[in-house]
Design a protein around this ligand. Structure first.
Ligand code: SME
Length: 164
C-alpha cells in the first residue's frame, strides 16, 4: 500500500515538489504506461485539492487522423474521443501550450464532461517536441487554478513524458 498523505496546508511549490517526488518513486522502472498513468491520476487526486476530475488524454491515430483518446483518470466517466483543436484539451494538444481556464463557461468550445466543472487546467505532455498526451485537471470551484498549479503540473508532465 502507498500512503503519501500530503499535508492539506502545503504551499503550492512544496505540494508539487512532493507530488513529483511521489510520481518519480511510483513510475521509475515501471514500463507499463497504463499503470503509470493510472497511478499518476490517483496521485494528482491525492495532492491537488478541490478537483472533480484529473487524468490523461493521449494523442492517438484514429480512422480520420490523430485525435485525443481518454486515458486513465479519476472522476466521473468522460468523453472518450476529442478532435484536435476542440475544447480545452484539443487546444492544448494543438498549440502545445498550457491552458489555464478560470471559467470554463467563457472558453469557446469547452466540452462539458461533468456539469460540475467550473475551471480547468490542461497541460500538454511533450516528447521530442511532439505532444503525445495532455494532463487535464477539472475543479468545481471557479478560478481554482493558478500559475503555481500550471508550473507544478508542467514539471510533472516533463518528468513523466518518457513513462506514459
Ligand atoms: N473539458 C474538456 C473535456 C475533457 S473533460 O473535462 C474530462 C475540454 O474542453 O477539452
Amino acid at each position: 500500500m502507498y500512503d503519501f498523505a500530503p499535508d492539506p496546508d502545503l504551499e503550492p511549490a512544496e505540494r508539487y515538489r512532493q507530488l513529483c517526488d511521489a510520481a518519480e518513486a511510483l513510475t521509475s522502472g515501471e514500463p507499463d504506461v497504463v499503470a503509470n498513468m493510472a497511478n499518476l491520476a490517483a496521485l494528482i487526486g491525492e495532492f491537488v485539492p478541490d478537483l472533480n476530475w484529473a487524468g490523461f488524454y493521449r494523442v492517438l491515430e484514429g480512422s480520420e487522423g490523430a485525435e485525443l483518446v481518454l486515458g486513465p483518470f479519476i472522476g466521473r466517466p468522460a468523453c472518450i474521443r476529442i478532435p484536435l483543436g476542440r475544447g480545452v484539451c484539443g487546444t492544448a494538444a494543438t498549440t502545445g501550450e498550457t491552458q489555464l481556464v478560470v471559467d470554463v463557461h467563457a472558453f469557446p468550445g469547452h466540452i462539458a464532461c461533468d456539469a460540475a466543472s467550473r475551471s480547468e487546467l490542461v497541460v500538454p505532455v511533450l516528447r521530442q517536441g511532439r505532444v503525445i498526451a495532455v494532463i487535464d485537471l477539472d475543479s468545481p470551484l471557479p478560478a481554482r487554478f493558478t500559475l503555481d498549479d500550471a508550473e507544478g503540473i508542467e514539471r510533472l508532465a516533463a518528468l513523466v513524458a518518457e513513462r506514459i
